[in-house]
Design a protein around this ligand. Structure first.
Ligand code: FAD
Length: 293
């Protein structure tokens, strides 16, 4: 299980997602075999909207925990889940040796009617937490939004509900991806004022292709600073240069976060081991070498 105490140094963790096709499961294992060499503090595995692919999440998390010997954090969503479903998922995870979960509300899947979404059994991520706690000792992470959750009226309201979620028993928070560290620092000040003191892992997504902004990033609602849009304008048509510049941008973000003492950096790897390794090499690996000299 992940440590519930913050150990004082910036942790390094990664997120992977299950492949759509069953045949591609070996691809993700290959990626994980490379990422594990970086000795990340944990690797999280996403959960398909409404519970689709949930078996794959557990299978991949088990590979991380038992074969890679890295702490696995399994995502789970409340949407599409009832109490029996939650108990059976927790049983399955525990059987596989996984004791860390990211408790999420989730979004309305395309295949779910508005009525079904409105009448969901668990309304918010916070409703999952007491149920997870009664199932035994588990490390529970939650999501947070430096640029405000899209359904929230404003940041004060978002942070008020976040505080309630934390108080129900979260052990850490992982942020939505952001590209402007100043937005994160200002968010951290607000969390501090609200009395939220658990470790916050900063979610960083390296932009290695121009079209990534149009898809993943649009969904996340993260604002794009001029420095990043200039990179895309300059290198967008040249995939190799775009990848290099996108990695460099992420390296600068991570280096700055570390210098400012962030509790953790969580890389949204998009299942790309080479990109993750380049960021780690330039930030965590070099830093550790300096420390041992
Ligand atoms: P909640 O914490 O429940 O909040 C949702 C909204 O409800 C917010 O606006 C909040 O302010 C409001 N709210 C909370 N409590 C109350 C209350 N008591 N009364 C009124 N309003 C309230 N999605 C997936 O499908 N699979 C994944 O694997 C996945 N991984 C993610 C990982 C991270 C790090 C992040 C940041 C997001 C992830 N998501 C994933 C997306 C997530 O499911 C969506 O952002 C979803 O819309 C909100 O989930 P949540 O757990 O933050 O919700």
């Amino acid at each position: 299980m992940l440590s519930k105490a913050h150990e004082g140094k910036t942790s390094f963790s990664c997120e992977v997602f299950p492949p759509k096709r069953n045949d591609d499961i070996y691809e993700i294992y290959k990626t994980l075999d490379e990422i594990k060499l970086l000795k990340p503090d944990f690797i999280s595995v996403t959960y398909g909207a409404g519970g689709s692919n949930s078996k794959k999440t557990a299978t991949i998390a088990a590979y991380i925990q038992n074969i890679c010997e890295v702490e696995a954090l399994a995502h789970m969503t409340a949407v599409g889940m009832d109490e029996a479903g939650l108990n059976s998922l927790l049983f399955e995870l525990k059987k596989k040796g996984i004791n860390n979960v990211l408790a999420l509300r989730g979004d309305q899947p395309k295949t779910m009617s508005d009525e079904e979404f409105e009448n969901r059994y668990f309304r918010y991520a916070s409703d999952l937490i007491p149920k997870i706690k009664t199932s035994g000792d588990m490390f529970i992470a939650g999501a947070c939004y430096p640029e405000v959750h899209p359904e929230s009226a404003n940041q004060d309201e978002d942070i008020k509900y976040l505080k309630e979620k934390v108080d129900k028993g979260l052990d850490c928070l992982i942020t939505q991806l952001f590209f402007d560290n100043n937005i994160f620092y200002s968010f951290m000040e607000k969390l501090d004022k609200a009395g939220i003191t658990i470790p916050v892992h900063a979610g960083i997504m390296p932009i290695t292709g121009a079209n990534q902004l149009g898809t993943t990033v649009k969904l996340a609602g993260s604002s794009v600073p001029n420095a990043l849009s200039s990179i895309i304008a300059k290198y967008g048509d040249n995939p190799a240069d775009m990848k290099k510049a996108g990695i460099e941008y992420a390296i600068n973000q991570v280096a700055d976060l570390k210098a400012n003492g962030v509790a953790g950096v969580h890389i949204y790897t998009m299942n790309k081991a080479d990109v993750t390794m380049a960021i780690h090499e330039a930030t965590f690996a070099r830093y550790n070498e300096t420390c041992t000299e």
